[in-house]
Design a protein around this ligand. Structure first.
Ligand code: AMP
Length: 425
């Protein structure tokens, strides 16, 4: 039997409903925060990710799905969303908009050739957002608050917000020097990757999965110690704004994030679920001044984050949270025989066009089978259409919970459901 590729999964049934619900929640949340939807291609030229995500990050050096297209161009399935959005921002000259900042959100599949395990897949879904063009620390705080408020709305309890600052370019450069001094005497005892990172980007040593327990890792200098005045001021303002929003946070110097492009604020939101181990990082992001320029645009700042859907679903399951999506049908229509099918089908369309969630049998079930199907669908009402109903243009409507029956004339049918079904249509 043909099987799905390793590290991927299918979405169907209840999982499909959960994802639909989460997507619609994100959509309405983003509209309240006044962010616009953006969609970019799933594959881009490989060069974009080398320039955009960084030459020294694992996701670019080891984990990309690269392929040559039939025109001999090197392409990469996107491992993350930011680089494509930044490319689009530059290519479509959004930096010229009068209505700055440009606030965007996306939702879609990402691809990384990682070792599959729980909460880690080769194709996974990320929701993310990016804000371009503002240096205001309020934007950093807004972005963090969106992630936190989203998890709160869903009902996740053990949420921990870790923030840190890498500072501006000057601060990062000073920190880099300090790290080189710190690791230089011992770098020969580190793994091959770390020795490479030491030459190219020593900050990356800190997220090594092999050497993470070594003494020098634990007492390495922190970015906060190397922030210049400007950067300190920015970080202080971010914290103040978070406090204004009642967002609890922890300043955690070990959060440096896996991507090369971050400056100033970086953050991660963790679920407090012990059995998740390192997979408890639900989302992460930060400010990336410099990335727009690296992708060929003007010197313009950006802030963003991405959250993984799979880990969120795992966290909801671990905390036994059921999502309040509607698992019922408003109306199930039952024709008594073949003769009433067409009329019932017309009725069904009228109900749907009036905004009701309605369905009918397509499997030639008997009447009793139809009632069972209505129960499977959690139908609120059942309409029975027999010969008499058609002749008198009066339908038999049954409340599927109370089992009460009503006779409702055809022209008053929609009114009847308007009055008796509460949801918004
Ligand atoms: P990153 O883009 O690496 O900063 O990851 C942001 C979020 O995406 C993480 O916190 C996870 O929720 C999710 N994520 C990253 N990589 C994977 C993966 N391989 N499988 C599932 N989710 C992932």
């Amino acid at each position: 039997m043909l099987q799905k590729p390793k590290g991927t999964y299918d979405i169907y049934g209840e999982k499909g409903k959960q994802i639909e619900y989460i997507e619609s929640l994100l959509k309405s949340l983003m509209s309240k925060y006044n962010y616009d939807y953006i969609e970019t291609p799933i594959f881009e030229s490989s060069e974009l990710f080398h320039r955009g995500v960084g030459e020294t990050t694992d996701i670019v050096t080891k984990e990309t799905y690269d392929f040559k297209d039939r025109g001999d161009r090197m392409m990469t399935l996107r491992p993350e969303g930011t680089a494509g959005v930044v490319r689009s921002f530059v290519e479509n000259k959004m930096y010229g908009y009068a209505s700055m900042p440009v606030k965007t959100w996306y939702f879609g599949p990402m691809f990384r050739y990682e070792r599959p395990q729980s909460g880690r897949y080769r194709q996974f879904k990320q929701f993310g957002l990016e804000v371009f063009g503002s240096d205001d620390p309020m934007v950093d705080a807004e972005v963090i608050s969106i992630a936190v408020n989203f998890y709160k709305i869903l009902g996740l309890k053990g949420i921990k917000v870790n923030i840190n600052s890498l500072g501006d370019k000057e601060s990062r450069d000073n920190y880099r020097e300090a790290l080189i001094k710190h690791f230089e005497p011992v770098i020969d005892t580190y793994c091959e990757d770390c020795r490479e990172r030491f030459k190219k980007n020593p900050l990356r040593i800190l997220d090594c999965k092999i050497d993470h327990d070594k003494e020098e890792m634990k007492n390495a200098p922190t970015t906060i110690e190397y922030l210049n005045e400007e950067s300190k001021k920015h970080f202080e303002a971010v914290k103040e704004h978070l406090e204004a929003l009642d967002i609890d946070y922890i300043v955690n110097p070990s959060v440096v994030r896996g991507l090369d492009y971050y400056t100033h604020t970086v953050f991660e939101v963790e679920a407090d679920i012990p059995e998740f181990g390192s997979q408890n990082v639900l989302c992460g992001g930060g400010r990336y001044n410099g990335l727009v320029e690296a992708v060929g645009g003007p010197n313009m700042s950006g802030v963003g984050f991405a959250l993984g859907l799979e880990r969120l679903l795992n966290a909801l399951e671990a905390e036994k949270i059921t999502l309040p999506y509607d698992n019922s049908l408003d109306v199930y229509v039952i024709p008594m025989s073949e003769n009433e099918k067409s009329y019932a089908f017309g009725l069904l369309q009228a109900l749907r066009m009036s905004g009701f969630k309605a369905d009918i049998d397509y499997m030639n079930r008997k009447i009793s089978g139809n009632f069972k199907q209505a129960d499977r669908y959690n139908a609120k009402f059942v309409i029975i259409v027999g010969e008499e109903e058609i002749n008198t243009r009066t339908l038999t409507v049954k409340n599927n919970n109370t089992k009460e029956e009503y006779k409702v004339s055809e022209e008053l049918l929609i009114n009847f459901f308007d009055d008796n079904i509460e949801e918004e249509h």
